[in-house]
Design a protein around this ligand. Structure first.
Ligand code: FES
Length: 237
């Protein structure tokens, strides 16, 4: 008997999980998609974006940081939580400058893919149109701050996976911004193959000269919606 196995419920479905799993990991293994943005495989979760919010025994929790416990009753796909996630995604859009039709990450962007999944076609909140810069100083990598959602994936990946400290944050609250370890990106030791660059869920960190290698229409989320890699596919769908 596996003493590490525990049972819990997600949206009325009984699933088995391993002690020490987070709710998100247990859900993934059971084929239940919990939407997420700041979470990334191989990185410690930061619990920052709250897109993965679920209700655990009635209380809101971040699925990416909350460990499982026996008998937990989890709500994930409810209208209330869909609405909350829709609002969070909407706020991320209006708080930056996301012009998807001109962005080379279109079709591969997790923020855009989440918006499609949640049926967001127009913003609910007013655009803030912030003034943010572009740093194209590096020969191979660039930063477009207009598209940064402050998920911190590049910050964590640079440290934990690349063994560098290229990215960090400056400022607080609405003034919080992505920063680099030097006067500009060219002055850092970032390199195009760095995991930190690939970690960006939007078009903030881009490798130069490969933008349209894969044409629009043939990109990751042009084929199937975000989350479909986790959910079991219904034949014929
Ligand atoms: S994915 Fe859990 S808080 Fe961002």
């Amino acid at each position: 008997m596996n003493t590490d196995a525990i049972t819990l419920t997600i949206d009325g479905k009984k699933i088995e999980a391993r002690r020490g799993d987070t709710i998100l990991e247990a859900a993934d293994r059971a084929g239940v998609y919990v939407p997420r943005l700041c979470w990334m495989k191989d990185l410690l979760p930061a619990g920052g974006c709250r897109v993965c919010t679920v209700r655990v025994n009635g209380r809101p929790q971040a699925a990416c940081t909350q460990p499982v416990a026996p008998g937990m009753v989890i709500e994930n796909d409810t209208e209330e939580l869909r609405e909350l996630r829709r609002d969070l995604i909407d706020m991320l859009f209006v708080e930056g400058n996301h012009f998807c039709m001109f962005c080379e990450k279109s079709g591969n962007c997790e923020l855009q893919a989440l918006a499609y999944r949640f049926g967001i076609t127009a913003p609910k909140y007013p655009y803030l149109f912030p003034q943010r810069g572009v740093d194209a100083s590096h020969p191979d990598v660039m930063i477009d701050g207009n598209r940064c959602v402050l998920c911190g994936r590049c910050v964590r990946a640079s440290r934990a996976l690349d063994g560098k400290h290229v990215f960090g944050f400056t400022g607080r609250g609405p003034g919080k911004r992505l920063a680099v370890n030097g006067p500009n990106l060219a002055a850092t030791d970032v390199a195009a193959p760095d995991r930190a660059v690939a970690a960006c869920p939007t078009g903030t960190l881009l490798v130069k000269r490969v933008g349209y290698k894969v044409p629009v229409g043939r990109r990751l989320y042009d084929h199937s919606p975000i989350g479909s890699e986790i959910e079991p596919q219904t034949p014929g769908k």
